[in-house]
Design a protein around this ligand. Structure first.
Ligand code: NAD
Ligand code: MG
Length: 389
């Protein structure tokens, strides 16, 4: 039996992971499940999967979670430190499906013990890519990408030499506003930004898809994980979301990964890697689909892409600043403090301010200075939001 843990079990990726594991209960022993505020869901899944440990990242949630699991023998813990400890427990496979920079420390805990980390939390690579990859090299840990584009690239690279890669193309649906007149974007509401044309995901990544901050994070994720230089990484709008990424080789061949927009494919691939096993995802009827279309992303609609390219050029701590400013700006948009287009403006202001005064580019990456940069960028973003609201 394989021992598995799921960090961020109550979210969209977490629930899809549980769906796969629950289909083969005899194959897995669930070590730890973690969540944040949705204690009912966490307790329900911990009981159903007979987990050894259930952890909420909310320190105040301990008593309520303990009550919900009374009499089950399932251990309970609470607080961010307890989440990292859950990640550090021995397990054969750990899914990191926490949203945001909060996923970094738990993910690093898996890597430090040389474990296998299925990585949905793209913020881990955006904030700390070089440190994350170096840690995995030192300890012999394995990182399996779960973001659909990165799983697609990973699969296209199987048996290939990454030095022969000429280009990587990651696709984007274009998000909720891909066909809106540009003039309407400033007034886009939270409800409008929370609709994804093709994928069902958590609210934050759905809004990040409308703004393309999600694709910006994925550009950086591609650079850091595969070590591909930024000028070889392209983004293309592909409204059908059926091709997830393409890898172009020195001979001109382009290998595309094609499948329905169902995260259980990428999760299942990481769960069974290096094998392929049957997965409960729909098979495509290409004749019915008829055509796949592509178009270039417009710079004016998606300023997040240029900001991400700037971060890839600057390197160092700028990924941590970029991500934290984006998270804070997103909180501001969700809370109604700033408009949709203000998110990119806030992030740009934070990068301008911090790169001139805080030497983001030349710093060596440590967990401490990444976390410090994250905190400072949130303060700078809050200041920028207050100027706007
Ligand atoms: P979600 O919001 O649905 O779930 C997030 C999970 O993290 C929940 O279990 C929540 O309780 C937990 N969490 C939230 N704040 C936390 C904190 N401070 N500390 C510890 N745990 C916390 O998010 P999601 O859509 O499942 O996305 C999870 C991650 O996977 C994100 O990094 C996202 O970018 C990435 N991702 C998601 C999808 C998708 O289809 N949803 C696709 C690709 C990548
Ligand atoms: Mg993705």
């Amino acid at each position: 039996m394989r021992r598995v843990s799921i960090l961020g079990a109550t979210g969209s990726i977490g629930q899809n992971t549980i769906d796969l594991i629950a289909r083969a209960p005899g194959d897995y022993r669930v070590e730890a499940l973690t969540g944040a505020r949705n204690l009912t869901q966490l307790a329900h899944d911990a009981r159903r999967l007979n987990a050894r440990l259930a952890v909420t990242s909310e320190p105040d949630g301990y008593a309520a979670l303990k009550d919900l699991l009374a009499g089950t023998g399932i251990a309970v813990a609470a607080g961010p430190q307890a989440v990292a400890e859950a990640a550090a427990r021995p397990a054969d496979w750990v899914m990191s499906a926490i949203v945001g920079a909060a996923g970094l420390v738990p993910g690093m805990a898996v890597l430090k013990r040389g474990g296998t980390l299925a990585l949905a939390n793209k913020e881990t690579l955006v904030t700390a890519g070089p440190l994350v990859m170096a840690t995995a090299r030192e300890t012999g840990a394995t990182i399996l990408p779960v973001d659909s584009e990165h799983s697609a690239i990973f699969q296209a690279l199987t048996g290939e030499d990454v030095t022969g890669v000429e280009r990587v193309i990651i696709t984007a649906s274009g998000g909720a506003f891909r066909d809106w007149p540009l003039g309407r974007l400033a007034g886009a509401t939270l409800a409008e930004a929370s609709q994804h044309p093709n994928w069902a995901m958590g609210q934050r990544i759905t809004i990040d898809s409308a703004s393309m901050f999600n694709k910006g994070l994925e550009l950086i994720e591609t650079k850091e994980f595969f070590g591909i230089s930024p000028d070889r990484i392209e983004v293309i709008i592909h409204p059908e979301s059926l091709i997830h990424a393409m890898v172009g080789f020195a001979d001109g061949a382009l290998m595309a990964h094609v499948g329905p927009p169902d995260m259980r494919h990428a999760i299942g691939y990481a769960l069974h890697w290096p094998e392929r096993r049957p997965l409960p995802v729909a098979r495509l009827d290409l004749a019915q689909i008829g055509q796949l279309t592509f178009r270039a992303p417009e710079d004016a609609r998606y300023p997040a892409l240029a900001l991400a390219r700037r971060v890839m050029d600057e390197g160092g701590l700028s990924g941590a600043a970029f991500n934290a400013a984006k998270e804070r700006a997103l909180d501001g948009f969700i809370a109604g403090q700033i408009g949709f287009l203000d998110m990119a403006r806030v992030v740009e202001q934070v990068l301008d301010k911090m790169s001139s005064s805080d030497g983001l580019q030349n710093a060596t990456l440590t967990l401490d200075n990444i976390l410090q940069t994250d905190r400072l960028a949130r303060i700078r973003a809050t200041e920028a939001i207050e100027q706007k609201s």
